[in-house]
Design a protein around this ligand. Structure first.
Ligand SMILES: [Zn+2]
Length: 195
């Protein structure tokens, strides 16, 4: 599984940050250092946030806080019952993120798409899996399976000859790292009316 250390604020993976990003201009090795400090602290066991801070060698700065938040948000970490943080295994992470639990993507994931909003729905699914850190091959596999399992493909309304071809036509969404929320919201509105 790929893990690219996105900017913890704007999620950019290169030096072009969003205009209002807090970490624009931060040298990339510092970004990576913040992530690895957190990951190394958690590698030898579950820890509270306070213990993670204590375990890092250098000073704990806003970049470290942001990296920790980003890891939690993208479900790389999970919270134990006692409120400590634990690193998910790659397998567990993949299982966890393959089923989106938050709306509006959950509806798209569970019900599948309907003619009239396929473009939005497939866009949103690809963008979602990119956001949570699946590789392109994993994203493609997940979205193709979703097209079959939800009955989306049999509902028709596609110009492409196969689910694989359809997903491949959305490769640019993955490569550009587009957001999923707006497209998922549009798709959910139509799915809710149709199913
Ligand atoms: Zn940024």
């Amino acid at each position: 599984m790929r893990f690219r250390y996105p900017c913890p604020d704007c999620r950019s993976t290169n030096s072009l940050h969003d205009p209002d990003c807090r970490f624009d201009g931060t040298p990339w090795p510092e970004v990576e250092r913040a992530y690895t400090d957190v990951l190394v602290a958690l590698a030898d066991g579950t820890k509270s946030e306070g213990r993670i801070r204590e375990a890092t060698d250098g000073p704990w700065d806003p970049l470290h806080s942001a990296a920790l938040s980003r890891l939690r948000h993208e479900q790389r970490l999970k919270e134990t019952r006692g409120g400590a943080l634990e690193l998910r295994s790659a397998e567990e992470f993949k299982e966890q993120v393959s089923e989106p639990t938050q709306e509006p993507i959950r509806t798209v994931y569970e019900k599948g798409s309907v003619p009239g909003t396929h473009d939005n729905a497939v866009f949103a699914m690809v963008a979602y899996y990119e956001m949570v850190g699946l590789s392109w091959a994993e994203t493609r596999e997940q979205v193709v399976a979703w097209l079959h399992e939800t009955g989306t493909w049999t509902r028709g309304g596609f110009e492409e000859a196969s689910p694989e071809q359809l997903v491949d036509s959305k490769r640019h969404v993955y490569d550009q790292g587009y957001g999923w929320k707006e497209k998922a919201r549009a798709a959910k509105a139509i799915i809710d009316r149709s199913l």
